[in-house]
Design a protein around this ligand. Structure first.
Ligand code: ZN
Length: 237
């Protein structure tokens, strides 16, 4: 799209916003090719950008609140510091888009979005960091999300050096089981009672609790392995 034509649309849109729709015109940029356009700091709130091509566009500091971006192409777009509150991003392609410091929306308008691994790690880091820190998430949630594999992936977040690496806290209360698989209260630091530990050693396949016993034994083994690794690492320092 020609720059002059685009500027006219943006001016009309600005007036439309300022006069609550009395004057000017809502920007209809649906299906429009805006690839590589410089839209820095532009107010495109409430604009129709459905199916628009915003590939490699510079949208830094733009206002995209309530904008419709369904099926929009945002490949390589720079969305740094963009306000995306209530933006409808469903089915949009965000491959390699820069989302740093953007207000990515938490409503169904941010579902079915094509994110890449880099963005997945960014979102995962935020989720996992909060789950680890929070006093309100349950033991079940912490056990599910705070695993070595997930934390390792989350720590691949491209700004991890600024935010700090998430560390698996092995000695926290939530990681320890309070009750054995048989329901018996456990001694502190134990994952199984004496009886179940003996059963596990005898590998009672077929026993309905075998899988849970096996899982716990593996977790204890993993935790001990990590502890050993850390100890060796500290000693070699
Ligand atoms: Zn037991």
């Amino acid at each position: 799209m020609e720059v002059a034509k685009l500027n006219k649309i943006l001016d009309d849109h600005k007036l439309w916003l300022q006069t609550n729709g009395e004057h000017g015109k809502r920007a209809n940029l649906s299906y429009v090719d805006l690839s590589s356009a410089d839209l820095n700091n532009v107010d495109l709130s409430y604009a129709d950008l459905n199916n628009a091509n915003l590939g490699s566009a510079n949208l830094t500091y733009a206002n995209l609140t309530y904008a419709e971006l369904i099926y929009a192409n945002l490949n390589n777009a720079n969305l740094n510091n963009v306000d995306l509150r209530y933006a409808d991003l469903r089915y949009a392609d965000l491959n390699s888009a820069n989302l740093d410091f953007s207000a990515f929306p938490l409503w169904c308008g941010s579902l079915n979005v094509h994110i890449n691994d880099r963005q997945a790690k960014q979102l995962l880091y935020h989720l996992v960091q909060n789950v680890q820190y929070s006093k309100n998430t349950s033991r079940t949630m912490k056990k599910l999300l705070l695993t070595e594999t997930i934390i390792k992936k989350a720590n691949e977040f491209h700004r991890v050096n600024e935010c700090g690496k998430i560390v698996l806290e092995l000695d926290k209360e939530w990681i320890m089981d309070k009750k054995c698989v048989c329901g018996k209260e456990l001694e502190h630091g134990k994952s199984l009672c004496y009886v179940c530990e003996t059963l596990a050693l005898l590998s009672p396949i077929g026993c309905e609790k075998y899988l849970e016993i096996k899982r716990r034994c593996e977790r204890v083994k993993n935790i001990n392995d990590i502890k050993d690794k850390r100890q060796n690492h500290n000693q070699s320092k």
